[in-house]
Design a protein around this ligand. Sequence first.
Ligand code: 48H
Length: 260
Amino acid sequence: MIFEKVEEKDVTQAIVGEFSRMLSEYAESDVIIVGGGPAGLTAAKELASKGVKTLIIERNNYLGGGFWIGGYLMNKVTVRAPGEKVLDEIGVPYQEYVKGLYVTDGPHACSKLIAAACDAGARILNMTKVDDVVLREGNRVAGVVINWTPISALPREITCVDPVSLQAKVVIDATGHDAEVVSALVRRGLMKVRGYGAMWVERSEDAVVEHTGEAHPGLIVAGMAVSTVYGLPRMGPTFGAMLLSGKRAAEVALEMLEKE
Ligand code: 48H
């Protein structure tokens, strides 16, 4: 026999026991990041590396969002300076294509960013969709309402499956174009969203980083969700602003946690 003797129940108990322990522990997190794309992963890496109890919630089975593919179904990812500094931090090689524009392999960059967030200590709930928010006094966002992703794909008549909630001191909406956490506030008339603007690479990325921050009490927006909320131009398949917006979101979250 090559392998250790282990029974089926041991395998089941290992999965159920460890998952339940993690979910129970992170039912009260410091920061919940909704969306595991480049902005959410960068924020998670920064926060977890500073000892912040950080949970990423991702509706897909896989993390990475749009960072696997650079655009047009081609897996070369571009980053404008100074975004390549994040690639340096996570150890991803790249080439300068024209001055200030770097190109790297999407799968390499994306897998390293995921690994960096995990290595830093961020926890991940995948196949989990955020459907709503928890609100407290002054309509401060105090957590998120989650359900298994497949629940939303089932016919309505058989989906009376109530969700559960997780509490957090700070929530980051890093859900990309749809700004899904913000949308839960828009549905209640608590926020307005302008929708992202037309493509203008040169203007877009500075604006995203500059607008990254607390958009509603308890809620930070990061990445493409920032463009959606503030009506900023889109940048197409170039990712420097997603990485630096993630970093900025982490800085703002740390400031908010310090004030707690
Ligand atoms: C749980 C959710 C939910 C939900 C969505 O789209 P992303 O890659 O987002 P960013 O902002 O990190 O990066 C945007 C970039 O990929 C991009 O598309 C660019 C730069 N476009 C420019 C342009 O001009 O179009 O990742 C968001 C993640 C995804 O993994 C989603 O599955 C996840 O969020 N997500 N997770 N609950 N309700 N909604």
